[in-house]
Design a binder for this molecule. Structure first.
Ligand code: HEC
Length: 183
């Protein structure tokens, strides 16, 4: 019994380190995460307004980071300087600044830095994604691609851009939003 267990562990460890090697050669292209979502593994989004299902086309998740988010609910851009810098620009471009302030500390709209939110789920990156994508009941319209102006399917923020915006918001707050990944 013990012997078998030991052997099993060895095999497992050997397998894991083989995976590691593969990941380091192919990982940059994000193939491992693409594989995860291609196999149908995906988080389920819900509307912040009423908790009902929120459908977002899988093909909009068109970068390795966006695919990883779709599979795990974690935002890989949190803590990444380049992504945070791009997120800041998008935050300005989409006028988030006008309502939430240049440092997301609040203006007409509430502060986004947490840890307390109007919608408690915004403490998670999945929750904040849903809130911004589809809007709220209390004064904020949907910002997601195709939703900001229904007459133009190309308007609005893409999932990849929104993850960078959220990474920028998190860089001003005390939460990473990845602590409690979606199950
Ligand atoms: C026209 C003003 C306006 C703009 C532009 C705007 N918001 Fe908002 N936002 C609001 C208001 C008002 C609320 C509060 C809504 C509520 O409580 O239902 C809010 C709520 C939020 C919340 C939820 C906060 C909480 O406490 O749970 C998030 C996250 C958010 N906005 C992010 C964004 C981002 C990101 C952008 C840019 C893509 C943006 N907002 C653009 C006005 C705005």
């Amino acid at each position: 019994m013990n012997h078998k267990l030991g052997l099993g562990l060895l095999v497992l460890i050997a397998g894991l380190s083989a995976c590691d090697k593969q990941a380091s050669t192919t990982g940059a292209a994000g193939e491992s995460t693409a594989g995860a979502s291609a196999s149908g593994e995906a988080i389920k989004f819900v509307k912040t307004q009423d908790g009902s299902p929120l459908e977002i086309k899988a093909e909009l998740f068109d970068t390795p980071a966006a695919k990883e988010f779709l599979a795990t609910g974690k935002n890989p851009y949190v803590g990444k300087e380049d992504a945070i810098a791009q997120g800041k620009k998008t935050f300005q471009l989409y006028s988030c600044t006008q309502c939430h302030g240049p440092d997301a500390g609040g203006q007409v709209g509430p502060a986004l830095t947490g840890p307390n939110y109007n919608y408690a789920k915004d403490a998670t990156n999945k929750g904040m994604f849903e809130t911004v994508w589809n809007g709220t009941n209390g004064g904020m319209g949907a910002k997601g691609k195709g939703l900001m102006d229904p007459s133009d399917p190309n308007n609005g923020i893409s999932p990849d851009e929104l993850l960078k915006v959220i990474a920028w918001i998190r860089s001003h707050g005390s939460l990473t939003g990845n602590e409690e990944a979606a199950s």
